[in-house]
Unconditional design. Structure first.
Length: 553
């Protein structure tokens, strides 16, 4: 093996470096082995990544057993659920690129021979994957695992229920005591949000794109099997180093199509569009929003998962795990079976070994889909020339027409919903919340859940140049591009303007004369940037459109 770490560790001139390493316990023998960076997103501010420190020890155990030397380092993580609805949420998407940058920098600095990235909360997964694709050294991505559901009075609860309870409470449908009881019981321990929200969506597609070993992601974080999964990943990275299996060998154009198919089949989060576009950018792969539409159209919705379905991510594990989803996609001819995975085996070979639990109905047979096409629809039109995305899982409405209720920040829209100022038939428009306009493209789970909780989910539409949590459900359209701050048409919508959305035609129109749209755009002046210095100002100057993945390089 040609080890790049030898540039750091070997030869007479490297004596000072070896001296440093020896001061913290490494030996000459350790430094002659492949050095594996353990990129950990552990943090003590949320349940999602809480057990990753423990899992890292098992990963390192596996690396040592397989003949390598592990060196752990840490990066940041921002909880979407905790920061939701506040200025803190602006940090979330910004953190994705900072995570990628920090893993890249640490690896380039120490010249690790391979990487294992431990991830869990939403942005840590694509952030780590982006770094692996930039670096293109042998790598394994390990998902920490889902949270277990909570229970209250015989009802199974997840965090989505808490957000929707806020809307129900504001509408007078539940008491203070009932809201507190739901809050107290929904999240019983460590793990990432329990539905097919962004974390579990990204975990699913990481197995299907090939960066995570099959059968590892669906094991819950508190399950005793997770330690064995972590140890296996430590052993697998040594195999990848020995065989020279690199992320860009795995993440080909066809592999990205497999990932998109897994999102469509599982009813996954709209955030997958943003993150896969960013990953493709770092992999040097051509990918566009229209590709999601084409693949979703030909891929059936097979998984009955929350937020629109009945089951949680734990139930996927009980049904046989993500390999069963992969097996269904292979059976139906919806994926490219020849794509290589991090184990060195193909998607088809891995999927063929899936073991489905008899009698499970979480993952439907190919011939009995929930819907004949997947959960994502890309809309374009005079209101979103570059496109926008809606998740149609659980939506029966084929369109919406109604007057615009315009808000320039999420908090104002939330106030209108919780104080009863949004009525049936309205089209809620929230703008200046895009990648640049936020900055940071906040998720809108608070306001979307409040709409559903207030009983307006079947009659109101919401559209924004921001984005949504994977837990969002209802007629909600995000990633409107160009965004408002860049002079996209969403910037010039006025209170009461008619807006027309057609799911079947995949259109989203500001139903006023084109000449009026042009005149308003000509008069538009972007508001002054709120943040004059620091990370948000830097992000504002560098971030691209959501239609390109909101990348910063």
């Amino acid at each position: 093996m040609k080890l790049q770490s030898y540039t750091i560790t070997q030869g007479p001139t490297r004596a000072p470096a070896r001296s440093y390493y020896k001061s913290i316990g490494f030996t000459d023998e350790d430094l002659k082995k492949p050095i594996i960076g353990i990129a950990n997103t552990w943090i003590e501010t949320m349940p999602c990544n809480y057990n990753l420190r423990l899992l890292a020890e098992r990963v390192k155990e596996g690396v040592r057993k397989a003949g390598g030397t592990p060196m752990e380092f840490n990066t940041i993580a921002i909880s979407d659920g905790i920061t939701m609805g506040t200025e803190g949420m602006k940090a979330s998407l910004v953190s994705r690129d900072l995570i990628a940058d920090s893993i890249e920098l640490c690896t380039r600095g120490y010249m690790f021979d391979g990487l294992v990235a431990l991830v869990a909360c939403d942005k840590t997964i694509p952030g780590a994957a982006m770094a692996l694709l930039r670096l293109n050294v042998p790598s394994v991505l390990l998902y920490g695992g889902t949270i277990m559901p909570g229970h209250l009075n015989g009802r199974e609860l997840i965090v989505q229920d808490v957000f929707e309870a806020v809307g129900a409470h504001a509408a007078g449908k539940i008491t203070d005591a009932e809201l507190l009881a739901i809050e107290d019981h929904a999240c019983p321990g460590p793990g990432a949000c329990g539905g097919q929200y962004t974390a579990n969506t990204m975990a699913t597609l990481m197995e299907c794109i090939g960066l995570s070993p099959f059968g590892t992601a669906s094991v819950p974080q508190v399950d005793e099997r997770k330690g064995d999964v972590a140890m296996r990943c430590g052993e697998l990275i040594m195999n990848a180093v020995a065989r020279g299996i690199k992320p860009r060998d795995i993440c080909t154009r066809n592999a990205f199509e497999n990932a998109i198919a897994s999102v469509a089949a599982s009813g996954g989060s709209t955030n997958a569009v943003l993150h896969l576009l960013a990953m493709a950018h770092d992999a040097g792969i051509e990918l566009a929003m229209d590709d999601f539409q084409h693949i979703s159209e030909r891929t059936p919705l097979l998984c009955d998962l929350k937020p629109a379905g009945r089951y949680t991510a734990v139930d996927v594990d009980r049904a046989g795990g993500i390999p069963v989803i992969a097996q269904r996609l292979a059976e139906g001819g919806f994926i490219h079976k020849e794509c290589i995975t991090v184990t060195g085996r193909t998607f088809g070979e891995e999927a063929a070994e899936a073991r489905e639990t008899p009698g499970q109905d979480v993952i439907r047979p190919v011939g009995q889909p929930i819907k004949k096409s997947g959960g994502l629809v890309i809309l374009k039109g005079s209101l979103a020339p570059e496109g926008c995305v809606i998740k149609v899982t659980g939506i029966e409405r084929k369109g919406h027409s109604g007057p615009a209720r315009v808000f320039d920040r999420e908090e104002d829209a939330m106030d209108a919903v919780t104080h009863g100022r949004i009525k049936a038939g309205d089209t809620v428009v929230i703008r200046f919340e895009g990648p640049k306009g936020g900055p940071g493209m906040r998720e809108m789970l608070g306001v979307t859940s409040a709409i559903v909780g207030a009983g307006l989910g079947d009659t109101v539409a919401l559209l924004t140049d921001g984005r949504f949590s994977g837990a969002t459900r209802g007629f909600m359209i995000g990633h409107v591009a160009p965004e408002a701050v860049d002079g996209g048409p969403i910037a010039i919508v006025r209170e009461g303007d008619p807006i027309s959305i057609d799911i079947e035609k995949r259109t989203i129109e500001l139903a006023i004369p084109a000449a009026e749209i042009a005149a308003r755009l000509k008069e538009f002046k972007a508001p002054e940037m709120k943040y004059k210095s620091g990370v948000y100002a830097k992000y504002y100057r560098s971030v691209s459109s959501a239609s390109k993945g909101a990348v910063t390089c």
